[in-house]
Design a protein around this ligand. Structure first.
Ligand SMILES: [Zn+2]
Length: 342
């Protein structure tokens, strides 16, 4: 039968090429076989491809598919279930995992980054790493569960009150989903970025306050938006290119700052510490939002979070190698590329 054939997946080679490799497709105890429907290409995938000196893994982190086979001892999923696969695989053995804090795992494996990812035609996964999708979340929407989960984790760190301002530095996908959640929780998002196309997406999503920090001075605008109080909360996206030190200008005394991911931070933020102390700012960080996958699925199902505008392009599984070469010519042109597997 078709699902007993060897599985195929794209792995990066030493020379920044993609090689389609074959894997065995035996389903062991506790495991489920999934036919992949959609894979979102992430920033880590592009990084792995363009830095072939890194360890080599099959790419692909955001994966949606259909259960086609289950081991006899799997009772929580059955053939025909549509699922997303958790890309953050905790070790289940370290002290944090044993206390139920898999999000703080000392040996966290991330699909496509430090273990094999899901850019394949079929995936075999432990059933504990699967989340069932309701009918009203499409395959393409489900690619954004991870981003929505991270945005939720940021909101929870802030302890936001109704009417609070939140400065979001970086109109990335997570930043734009966070802004939607802030509006849902009756806060006021202020989004800062230099990319006009991303600020336009923000405006289309109903975010009233967008600031291009190259064209205008955010500090003065935030003074006027907040009536001189400055923002109660600030979330700093790693891809924004704005330092933590400069961000602190936009936060009121006693405010909250969340560093929203660990990417691209430079060593030029040492001056931030005295300002954080003097302004009595609470500093938090969020890496992945691992615990928020279930509520994130709900927010996509009830359309509190809208993601369709983030899809730059959908490509076929066979087009992946040619498309990776094309992405590298201008990576900033794409917000999210989704691979379809027939
Ligand atoms: Zn662990």
């Amino acid at each position: 039968m078709w699902y007993n054939k060897a599985m195929k997946g794209y792995k990066v080679t030493n020379t920044a090429q993609l090689e389609l490799i074959e894997m065995s497709s035996v389903v062991l105890s506790g495991q489920v076989k999934i036919k992949v429907n959609r894979i979102g290409l992430s920033r880590d995938d592009i990084f792995s491809y363009s830095n072939p000196q890194q360890d080599k893994f099959i790419l692909g982190r955001q994966c949606v598919g259909l259960v086609v086979e289950t081991a006899d001892d799997v009772t929580n999923f059955e053939r025909g279930n549509r699922v997303i696969i958790n890309p953050f695989l905790s070790c289940q053995q370290c002290s944090e995992c044993r206390q139920g804090n898999g999000n703080l795992c000392n040996d966290l494996q991330i699909a496509g980054k430090n273990t094999d990812g899901y850019l394949r035609d079929f995936v075999i996964s432990n059933s504990r790493n699967l989340y069932l999708l309701p009918e009203n979340v499409s395959d393409s929407e489900a690619v954004f569960v991870e981003h929505t989960a991270r945005a939720l984790a940021i909101i929870h760190k802030m302890d936001m009150q109704k009417g609070d301002h939140i400065v979001i530095i970086g109109a990335s996908i997570v930043g734009l989903i966070l802004a939607q959640l802030v509006i849902y929780y009756q806060g006021v998002p202020i989004i800062i970025d230099a990319r006009e196309s991303h600020l336009e997406m923000a405006s289309k999503l109903g975010i009233c306050y967008t600031i291009n920090h190259i064209k205008s001075e955010p500090y003065k605008k935030i003074i006027s938006i907040t009536g001189g109080r400055m923002s109660e909360n600030l979330a700093l996206m790693g891809s924004s290119g704005i330092s933590l030190f400069n961000s602190l200008n936009y936060v009121k005394r006693g405010g909250n700052v969340v560093i929203a991911d660990a990417y691209n931070y430079k060593d030029n933020d040492s001056g931030a510490v005295p300002v954080i102390a003097e302004k009595q700012i609470s500093l938090h960080s969020v890496s992945y939002g691992i615990k928020q996958f279930m509520p994130a699925i709900n927010l996509l199902a009830n359309k509190t979070v809208v993601v369709s505008q983030f899809v730059s392009q959908e490509i076929e599984f066979e087009q992946v190698p040619e498309f990776f070469a094309k992405i590298m010519e201008n990576p900033l042109e794409y917000v999210k590329v989704i691979v379809k597997n027939k």
